[in-house]
Design a protein around this ligand. Structure first.
Ligand code: DON
Length: 556
């Protein structure tokens, strides 16, 4: 009964034109991140005269202190920028496979996958965050480097207050309990940090201070690098001093497409996210699906069928573009998109067994985090960065106080064997030295009439691109304000497993109608955690943190 009233309310509240929830509004600048100290750090840098890129570096370093499940120095990510003058760029600081990595490194002698890509010292790719944030800030920022790193140093050195959510997260992190240094720092050796406690991280403060003083060079070639490589060798990890030294950032061209006259600027490979968002939106554009209304079985059906088809393509065609030719324009070509659309039965779910990745040969050519920033000049930055799983590999490097990623699991460890997110892959995403694992991270910026309109992104593994797309659909097709668009129940389909994931806030009626069409429904809580900013027509900025988590939007 309670649930149906809640559902009824939800649907009444999001009728076009009505606003149910209010975003945070500001005149000039806005930061939305997953954690309040990090948002405040970004706003402080902006107020002191820094631009959105400076603030992005500050928020990235701050989250490495205050949001240890995903904020990181030991991971990597993507930064999408649209400058006030209209230029765009994509900074790829994703982890790379170590030089000694081999295609079968996570298979036992019988060829079966081990769990080593998930937990422990061998799960990590070479981290990219410190070099990535520095690259972006040095090239495009205008503040002093030391001032951008300063808030994170303070948060680590002096400590910050543990929230309810963080306390629960740390308590529940079984992967960390196996590693003494993680257990000591993040779980108080099993006594646990409670909400309201202060978490002080002196080792991490030391690393950040060295980064503040000597730049990312310390992390890759200095004292931090020496301790890091030493500990790796002692514990059977693969990352060496040479791996760290050779780590490079790749600056790439953004991927761009159109949806109903809006321009969508998004993540190119090695993300699978941008291509997915553009292909799925293009498939949906001419279906008329939106007429059935937000949250209706018909709208969900069409969207899920577009999703199912893209994930089949993803499994075969997507990988690191430095190692594999990704057929981007073929996957987005009108001919191909029309074919995909025509294969959707309006009344019946397609069986995933009957969906295969497109044969393009005959054609023409549980954690990550996202933050969105707009500055007073009109620069927009969207950053998604990650340790992959919650608290990554579970390993904290002794003496350095930061957690390491388990990003190697984003490779296809064996063709057809699902990774942590149930995604499968093949040759395109096989492991090779220096290669970057395929990602779903999809920081995205939408333009309306050539001007910034939305800045959006989220964690959530393979569900990232579908959730980003749903927010775009909610705003453009269903006319919601940004907070309603973020709050609205989400769903996800990824071809395999053949399941339609839906949040429990959808009406039971809708679920039943979808089941009648042949969808196999899985009810799952909290699909993703969006951080978004909308440029309102009246000149105000509207920031929306996701109520599913303890995020914060703030501006001035
Ligand atoms: O790059 C990717 O697609 C994944 N490593 C992201 C992981 C993630 O979002 C986990 N978050 N809940």
């Amino acid at each position: 009964m309670r649930r149906s009233i809640a559902c009824l309310l939800l649907f009444t509240l999001v009728l076009p034109g009505l606003e149910a929830a209010q975003p945070v509004r500001a005149r000039k600048a806005m930061v939305v991140s997953r954690e309040s100290n990090a948002t405040d750090a970004g706003v402080a840098v902006l107020k002191a005269g820094g631009n959105a890129i400076d603030a992005a570096a500050a928020v990235g370093f701050a989250l490495a202190v205050t949001h240890p499940s995903a904020g990181n120095l030991g991971g990597g990510g993507f930064m999408l920028v649209r400058f006030a003058d209209g230029r765009t760029t994509f900074i790829d600081f994703r982890e790379r496979a170590p030089l000694t990595a081999t295609r079968d490194m996570y298979l036992d002698k019988d060829g079966n996958p081990t769990r080593d890509s998930l937990t422990g010292w061998r799960a990590s790719g070479v981290p990219g965050t410190a070099r990535g944030l520095e690259y972006a800030q040095r090239k495009y920022g205008k503040a002093k480097w030391a001032d951008v790193v300063a808030p994170s140093v303070k948060l680590a050195r002096e400590g910050f207050t543990v929230t309810y959510g963080l306390a629960n997260g740390l308590k529940g992190a079984k992967n960390m309990a196996q590693f003494p240094e993680s257990k000591r720092i993040f779980q108080k050796n099993g006594a646990f940090h409670n909400a309201g406690d202060k978490l002080v991280q002196p080792e991490l403060a030391g690393v950040l201070e060295r980064i503040q003083k000597s730049g990312a060079r310390d992390f890759y070639e200095g004292e931090t690098a020496r301790i890091f490589a030493d500990q790796m060798a002692k514990n059977g990890g693969a990352i060496t001093a040479e791996d760290l030294k050779q780590y490079t950032v790749s600056e790439r061209k953004t991927l761009e497409g159109n949806f109903r006259g809006y321009k969508v600027i998004t993540a190119p490979p090695p993300s699978s996210g941008g291509i997915g968002i553009l292909q799925m939106l293009a498939v949906l554009e001419k279906t008329g699906y939106e007429k059935a209304g937000a949250g209706s079985a018909q709208a969900i059906h069409y969207t899920a069928e577009a999703m199912r088809r893209y994930y089949a393509d993803r499994a075969t065609h997507l990988g690191d573009p430095d190692f594999w030719t990704v057929p981007v324009s073929k996957l987005l070509s009108p001919n191909y998109v029309n074919k995909l659309r025509a294969s959707i039965n309006p009344d019946k779910a397609t069986n995933s067994d009957d969906v295969k990745a497109g044969d393009l040969r005959t054609m023409e050519s549980t954690e990550t985090t996202h933050y969105s920033i707009v500055d007073a000049e009109g620069n927009c930055v969207a950053v998604t960065y990650t340790l992959n799983g919650s608290y990554g590999s579970g390993v904290t490097v002794p003496g350095l106080g930061f957690l390491l990623n388990n990003e190697m699991d984003d490779f296809s460890v064996k063709p057809g064997v699902p990774n942590m997110f149930g995604a499968i892959g093949g040759e395109a995403n096989a492991i090779a030295p220096r290669k970057r694992p395929l990602s779903s991270m999809a920081p995205t910026i939408v333009l309306k009439d050539g001007k910034p309109f939305l800045v959006v992104g989220t964690p959530g593994g393979t569900r990232i691109l579908t959730s980003v797309m749903e927010v775009i659909q909610n705003v453009i097709d269903f006319k919601m304000n940004i907070q309603d668009a973020v709050n609205f129940p989400r769903f996800h389909h990824q071809w395999r497993p053949d399941k339609l994931q839906m949040e429990p806030t959808f009406s039971p009626d809708t679920v039943k109608l979808l089941e009648q069409r042949g969808h196999k429904i899985d009810i799952v809580r909290n699909i993703c955690e969006i951080a978004a900013i909308e440029f309102q027509d009246n000149g105000w900025l509207a920031g929306a943190a996701d109520p599913r988590v303890e995020g914060k939007a703030a501006g001035y």
